[in-house]
Design a protein around this ligand. Structure first.
Ligand SMILES: C[S@@+](CC[C@H](N)C(=O)[O-])C[C@H]1O[C@@H](n2cnc3c(N)ncnc32)[C@H](O)[C@@H]1O
Length: 245
């Protein structure tokens, strides 16, 4: 009985998380003002509302004809917020194996589990959204300026040629995988372009921020620094930086 009360209390405290109330209120007001709150409920995803709003803000600032790459689309939640923020002349490429090749995806997840990475639990492969389903939902909102690429980021990059204005990394969260995504894709980002990482807001060996996983956070702490990268902001587990040279 005492155990159950403790768990409920802990849940309540987590839910209330008083210092986050203004952040959430701000995000709700922003989302209402742009009529984008509904996206939160229409698309499956793993990012918080303040993070959705931050992606929308970053995308809004992008110039005409910007090229945006998302690694890790899942159900299209972040994709929808980026598409609703950027200009119609911009183009979003979103990479994910989606519901294809589940055996390969399982193998990767099992690889994590053997190493006790907690992030392995985050992406369920049961009922994984299909490319067709995500595409249909995005199109139903009138978005046309996107392409969903069914595959893994390290394969897709081999044929990649375009300069990137915004790179959003939220795929495989294992350290080596995030590091590969960073080193494979960031050379395509133009000077002044942006990079955004998810689950990356944790200082090494400290409780600097409760939302951050080891892999993405380690990449950010190790490689996202001056003179090449200037961190612009951190919101929840998201870290946003600009390429300075
Ligand atoms: C945390 S989810 C992405 C969540 C999504 N960005 C959202 O809006 O909430 C990570 C996704 O990346 C996919 N993924 C894993 N490894 C990948 C890779 N190498 N390239 C592309 N996608 C990958 C996973 O299968 C999963 O669908």
């Amino acid at each position: 009985m005492k155990g159950i009360i403790n768990i409920r209390l802990r849940l309540l405290v987590t839910l209330i998380d008083i210092h986050r109330i203004p952040v959430y209120l701000g995000a709700i007001l922003y989302a209402l003002s742009f009529n984008i709150l509904k996206l939160r409920f229409k698309f499956y995803g793993m990012i918080t509302l303040p993070e959705c709003v931050e992606l929308h803000k970053i995308a809004r600032k992008l110039p005409n004809k910007s090229v945006i790459v998302e690694i890790g689309c899942f159900g299209g939640l972040a994709t929808a917020y980026i598409l609703s923020g950027c200009k119609k002349s911009c183009f979003v490429y979103s990479i994910d194996p989606f519901a294809s090749d589940i055996p390969s995806q399982k193998k990767i997840v099992m690889g994590y589990k053997n190493r006790n990475y907690r992030e392995a639990e985050k992406v369920s492969l049961n009922n994984k959204p299909s490319k067709r389903m995500v595409s249909k939902k995005l199109k139903s909102l009138g978005f046309k300026n996107f392409q969903l690429i069914e595959g893994f980021s390290d394969t897709v990059v081999k044929k990649w040629k375009r300069t990137i204005d915004l790179l959003w990394i939220d795929g495989n969260h294992e350290y080596e995988a995030v590091k590969n995504d960073f080193f494979n894709w960031s050379p395509y980002i133009r000077k002044g372009g942006s990079i955004v990482f998810h689950d990356a807001n944790k200082k090494d060996g400290s409780n600097y921020w409760k939302w951050g996983l080891r892999g993405p956070s380690k990449v950010v702490n190790k490689y996202i620094n001056l003179p090449m990268w200037k961190i612009d902001g951190r919101i929840d587990s998201m870290v946003h930086a600009t390429k300075t040279c």
